[in-house]
Every structure is written in C-alpha cells, then in structure tokens.
Design a binder for this molecule. Structure first.
Ligand code: 13P
Length: 252
C-alpha cells in the first residue's frame, strides 16, 4: 500500500515574525528547487500563521496549527476555533501533542472532540500519541498507545483527513530515540488497532509519523521503516537546512 510520505515541522512556541517568515521562505525555495515527492507541512505558532501562509504562497507546503478548541466560536478566552484556522489558510491541525496533554491536562476524550470539530470545519488532523518513560519501563508502550488511539481518534476518521504521530514522550527534545525495531513494532501495532477501529482499508492507507529527536543523522534509519510514513519534527524543524536534510535522508 503506497502511502505518501509526510514531513511535518512543529515549531512549538518558537519564532517571532521575522524568524518565521525567513524560515518559511527558505523551506519554500528548497521545495520549489527540488522535485520532492513528499507532503510537507509546517505548524508555526498561531501568531505566525497568516504571515507564514503568505510566505509559502506558490509552493506545495501546507500550513498547520498546533491546537484548536472544539467550539466554532464563543466565550472561550484565549482559544482558537477550527473555523478560524481554516480562515487563515490552515489545512492541518496537530491535536493531542504530549505537551498539551501534560501542560493543559488534555485527555484523549477531549482530543477526540477537537478532532470531530476539526473535520466539521474542513481541517485535517495530526493526532499525537506516545508513552512516558515510566510507562515504557513498565512494558506498557503498546497498551498505552492502543488506548490513546482508541480514545483519541474519532470513529469516522479516514486516511484522507487524519494522520497519526507516534511520539514517545521521553524522546521529545531529549536526543534519545527508540531503536528502529521498537519504532517499527509500535507503528505496526498502531496500524493493527487502527484496522480494528476503522477497518483494514483505512488503516492501510493512514499515515503514521514518527516524532521525537529526529535529526538529519537518524532520519534515514527511523523514517524509512515499513510502517513509518514520515516524521513530525520539533527542534530540527526550526532550521531549514536541518529540516530539508531530514527530508533528503528520508528519501523525500
Ligand atoms: P523534537 O523533534 O524536538 O524532539 O520534538 C518532537 C515533537 O514533539 C514534534 O511534535
């Protein structure tokens, strides 16, 4: 089953206007110069979405946000709705990132609610899952990831509107990564759970990204595995040269 590789950059809470626009422009120059056959997504902070959209005009790099509320509008101070994200040019929204689960107490039930709202508005989702170090050490990785998939992914999700990102919490920003075998084992297990939940056809088409300390030097090993369909890149997505080197090494 051919799945189009995706290289997505999660800029997290980084970048002022000038940095964000410069980074987007560098990515655009590279993507236009090379005939790359991957799907590229950049997910800047909310404040940069409009400017980055403008900077990316004319190239095939999609814009994503890092979170959304589940309501369309209303009295939710500080929140952003899926409709607002669509309105400023987003195609994707990352949901359930472990930093939101940890910093804002987001549960899988809430992630599922947000995903349904995102689909309703016409956005695609990148739904994140992953175990903590304590859970890994107790041998619970597959159970935790399976539970997060079952609870976070809406029952009507399809491969056309949903991408999964497996990000072991202990690998995020630490320089540590699971072995390639561990990554493949989790991705294969996740695909099995997706098949149970959504049917085999959707599961076989759905992309499952790996995220957590991906850099140019480990991209080939981690992103070329059979059930790995690309990467969700944090720190290394803030430098265009590293982000594009990851794409190169992943065969994009
Ligand atoms: P790092 O690539 O910085 O480890 O972050 C991964 C991540 O959390 C992407 O969403």
């Amino acid at each position: 089953m051919a799945r189009k590789m995706m290289i997505a950059g999660n800029w997290k809470m980084n970048g002022l206007l000038a940095d964000g626009v410069a980074l987007a422009q560098e990515i655009k120059v590279d993507v236009k110069a090379k005939k790359r056959n991957c799907e590229f997504v950049v997910c800047p902070p909310f404040t940069l979405l409009g400017a980055v959209k403008k900077a990316l005009k004319g190239c095939r790099v999609a814009l994503g946000a890092q979170d959304c509320h589940f309501e369309e509008k209303g009295a939710h101070t500080g929140d952003i709705s899926p409709e607002m994200l669509l309105d400023c040019g987003c195609t994707y929204v990352i949901l359930g990132h472990s930093e939101r689960r940890a910093d804002h107490g987001e549960t899988s039930e809430l992630v599922c609610k947000k995903a349904k709202a995102a689909y309703k508005a016409g956005l695609k989702t990148i739904i994140c899952i992953g175990e903590t170090l304590a859970q890994r050490e107790k041998g619970e990785t597959i159970d935790i990831c399976s539970k997060q998939i079952l609870e976070s992914v809406p029952n009507d999700a399809t491969a056309a509107d949903t991408v999964i990102a497996y990000e072991p919490v202990w690998a995020i920003g630490t320089g540590k990564t699971p072995t390639a075998q561990d990554v493949e084992d989790v991705h294969a297990a996740v695909r099995k759970v997706l098949a149970k939940k959504l049917g085999r056809a959707q599961a076989n088409k759905m992309r499952i990204l790996y995220g957590g300390s991906v850099k140019p030097s480990n991209a080939k090993e981690l992103l070329s595995l059979p059930d790995v369909d690309g990467g969700l890149i944090g720190g290394a997505s803030l430098k265009a040269a590293d982000f594009m080197a990851i794409a190169d090494n992943a065969g994009c």
